[in-house]
Design a protein around this ligand. Structure first.
Ligand code: SF4
Ligand code: SF4
Length: 308
């Protein structure tokens, strides 16, 4: 049976993806490769040592799947309907509900199974789980453009989207890449509390509160502690200020909504949290990435900023 690009997109949207576009599996362009190498040479990956590995694969997704022809790029809007009170310990919006890796992968596996059944072609689902440049490929697939805040911005819908990719041996007609840009806006550079954005679309992970509160093991740098505000896991400042997000609609996916327990969580609750409570609350959440120790470190830094 023949499956066209239009068929795949129709199926992806029917499965609950909010956006879907297609790119041809090919080497990453020279400009994007050079930018990534410069980012590494400047040490901006900070504690994210994994970013240094598998360069050849990162440069050409075909290395991830023999015979790969196409990338089906998908996104789901995660902006929660119900937000935490402003004085609560703040979690990044994407981490309110169920772990997006699981939510997207389950759907991508279903799409892969349907493709295989219809055509015999094989596919590989990637959601942050492979050295694949998801934002780059989403732009190539026409879903949006990469803003100065390093997020994929979907025109007319904003940047609160989690992304996934299905690399497949099925040959599909590709979409035109998105050629929009931020223009002369620099709101996110102003809004970033630590100066982690330098205007070229890259983030300095050594300064970024999202990276530091989640990925860093050990004490938080002093500059980060003083910039935390109420943030205990992640940071959305460079998205909240983005004019494109004034158009963002709340998600229609209940999986991305916070539980009542998360909504009422206090700093004292986190400081006193034991492993059993952490596992119960965050077992199916992206928050487990920070581990109990990291979350408590962040909470302690919020409660006693002078003691760190
Ligand atoms: S997530 Fe926060 S700290 Fe990181 S670049 Fe954006 S505004 Fe700056
Ligand atoms: S705030 Fe402005 S500069 Fe930053 S990502 Fe949004 S549009 Fe681009």
């Amino acid at each position: 049976m023949l499956l066209t690009a239009a068929d795949i997109k129709q199926r992806a949207l029917a499965m609950g993806f909010d956006v879907c576009g297609i790119a041809t599996a090919a080497p990453v362009d020279e400009r994007a490769r050079r930018q990534y190498r410069q980012w590494l040479e400047r040490g901006r990956q900070g504690c994210m040592a994994w970013a240094e590995r598998y360069q050849a694969v990162r440069d050409d997704p075909r290395a991830l799947l023999d015979g790969a022809q196409s990338l089906v790029m998908v996104g789901m809007n995660y902006l929660p309907q119900r937000l935490q009170p402003a004085d609560a310990p703040q979690f990044a919006y994407y981490a309110y509900g169920r772990d997006y890796h699981d939510v997207l992968k389950q759907r991508l596996w279903q799409l892969a199974a349907e493709i295989q059944e219809a055509t015999g072609c094989v596919s590989r689902a990637c959601v942050d789980s492979a050295p694949l440049r998801e934002r780059y490929w989403a732009q190539q697939a026409g879903l949006g453009f990469i803003g100065r805040n390093n997020q994929l911005i979907v025109p007319g819908r904003g940047s609160y989207f989690v992304l996934g990719a299905l690399l497949t041996t099925l040959a599909l007609e590709a979409d035109a890449p998105c050629t929009l840009s931020c223009g002369d806006c620099g709101a996110c550079l102003e809004a970033c509390p630590t100066g982690a954005l330098d205007g070229d679309g890259a983030v300095d992970a050594r300064r970024c509160l999202s990276c530091l509160t989640i990925e860093l093991r050990g004490p938080l740098p002093e500059q980060a502690q003083s910039a935390l505000g109420h943030r205990v896991y992640g940071c959305d400042s460079c998205q909240r200020c983005c004019p494109h997000n004034s158009l963002a609609q709340a998600t229609q996916h209940p999986e991305f909504e916070a539980s009542d327990e998360l909504m009422s969580l206090t700093l004292d609750d986190i400081v006193a949290m034991d492993r059993t409570a952490f596992n119960r609350l965050f077992r199916h959440s992206a928050v487990k990435r920070a581990k109990l120790e990291g979350l408590k470190r962040n909470a302690h830094a919020l409660r006693h900023p002078d003691e760190q």
